[in-house]
Design a protein around this ligand. Sequence first.
Ligand code: ZN
Length: 80
Amino acid sequence: MYIPENIVNVLHNLDCETVARKFGINIVKHQAHCFMHEDKHPSLAFKNNCWKCFACDKGGDAISLIKEMFNLSFQESCIT
Ligand SMILES: [Zn+2]
């Protein structure tokens, strides 16, 4: 399946924090508990449309956030 470049650009520029909230991540002061591992302290940081976990060293844009959260392919993430 082919995702048009303009769609990818829109998704890439989405505010990660808004997207994460939409999918139930509780964000306080741009930080949240990581959804990829047991997280006692908020390791997940949101900044400039990007996200980054300082514990498992994963991060990216809104597309990769959906990808990691739901274990989807890039194409599936785009249409979610
Ligand atoms: Zn993590």
